[in-house]
Design a protein around this ligand. Structure first.
Ligand code: CTP
Ligand SMILES: C[C@](O)(CO)[C@H](O)COP(=O)(O)O
Length: 245
C-alpha cells in the first residue's frame, strides 16, 4: 500500500520581531530568499511529497519559482500560526487520508538538515502518536522575578527546545487542533495540541543549528550555519526519502 507524505509549511507570518522591511521568509540569505532555502531542504529530503504552503492573503512577494515540488498548493494563512496550519489541513480534506503523515515545518527554519528530516520521518512512521525534532536544553535555566532579577534557577534536566518539523497522522492532527481551538488553548506548536488530548509526542533529538530565524541577528547566524553545513559536507549529502511503498 502506498504511504503518502504531506508537508505543511506555515509561511504567513509577518516577522514582527525581525522588524525588517519584508516578512523574514523573503529576506535574502546566502543569495536567495529564506523561503527558497527551506523548501529546497524539504524537497531534498522528500522529493515526492505533496506540499501545502500557507501564505498571507495579501502576499505580493511570493514567487512560485521557489517551489521545487511537483504537487503543491497555496492556502491563505490565518491570524496565528495554528490558524494557518488549520487552514492547510482543511484544504487537504478529501485528499489526505486520516492515517497519512503530515510534517509541519516553519518556513523560518531554513537550516534544518536533510539527515534530520529523513531520520525524523523514519522514526515517526513507526510511532503511534507522532512527534517532533527537538534539542535538549544545554544552559542553566533562570526564571526572572519580573523586574530583571533572578527569582530561581530551574532544573534543566528533561527540558527540550521544541523545533520543527512536527509530524502527526492527518486525522489526529485535525482532531488535536480543532479541540485546542474549541477549548480556547493558544497552542504555539502542533505537539502542544496533541499533548492537550492526553497523548505524549515523541522527542526526536535533532541538530541544534535548526535555528528559527526570529530576531535581526538570526539572519547572519543562519548564513554562518549554512556556510558551516556546506563545509561540513555531510549534512545534506545523504539519502533522500521517497514515499514508502
Ligand atoms: N499567522 C501566522 C504566524 C506565523 N506563521 C508562520 O509560523 C512560523 C513560526 O512563526 P514565527 O517565528 O513567530 O514567525 P512570524 O509570525 O513571522 O514572526 P513574529 O512572531 O515575530 O511576527 C513562521 O514560519 C511563520 O511564517 C504563519 O504561517 N501564520
Ligand atoms: C513551532 C515552533 O517553531 C517550535 O519552536 C515555535 O513555537 C513557533 O514559533 P512562535 O514564535 O512560538 O510562533
Amino acid at each position: 500500500m502506498s504511504e503518502a507524505l504531506w508537508l505543511v509549511v506555515p509561511a504567513a507570518g509577518r516577522g514582527r520581531r525581525m522588524g525588517a522591511q519584508w516578512p523574514k521568509q523573503y529576506l535574502t540569505l546566502a543569495g536567495k530568499p529564506v523561503m527558497a532555502h527551506t523548501l529546497s531542504r524539504l524537497h531534498q529530503a522528500f522529493p515526492t511529497a505533496r506540499l501545502c504552503l500557507c501564505l498571507d492573503s495579501d502576499d505580493a512577494l511570493f514567487d512560485p519559482a521557489w517551489v521545487p515540488f511537483a504537487d503543491w498548493q497555496r492556502v491563505d494563512g490565518g491570524a496565528e500560526r495554528a490558524d494557518s496550519v488549520a487552514h492547510a489541513l482543511a484544504a487537504l480534506a478529501g485528499r489526505a487520508g486520516d492515517n497519512e503523515m503530515v510534517l509541519v515545518h516553519d518556513v523560518a527554519r531554513p537550516c534544518v538538515s536533510v539527515d534530520d528530516l529523513v531520520r525524523l520521518y523514519e522514526e515517526l512512521r513507526h510511532d503511534t502518536v507522532g512527534g517532533l525534532l527537538a534539542a535538549p536544553v544545554a544552559d542553566t535555566m533562570k526564571r526572572d522575578d519580573g523586574a530583571g532579577r533572578v527569582a530561581a534557577t530551574e532544573l534543566r534536566q528533561g527540558l527540550w527546545h521544541a523545533m520543527t518539523p512536527q509530524g502527526f497522522r492527518y486525522g489526529l492532527l485535525c482532531r488535536a487542533l480543532a479541540t485546542a481551538r474549541r477549548q480556547g488553548l493558544a497552542v504555539t506548536d502542533e505537539a502542544s495540541a496533541v499533548e492537550a488530548l492526553g497523548l505524549a509526542p515523541r522527542l526526536v533529538a535533532g541538530r541544534r543549528d535548526n535555528l528559527k530565524i526570529t530576531h535581526p541577528e538570526d539572519l547572519g547566524l543562519a548564513a554562518r550555519i549554512l556556510s558551516a553545513q556546506h563545509a561540513e559536507g555531510s549534512v545534506n549529502a545523504t539519502a533522500s526519502c521517497r514515499e514508502k511503498r
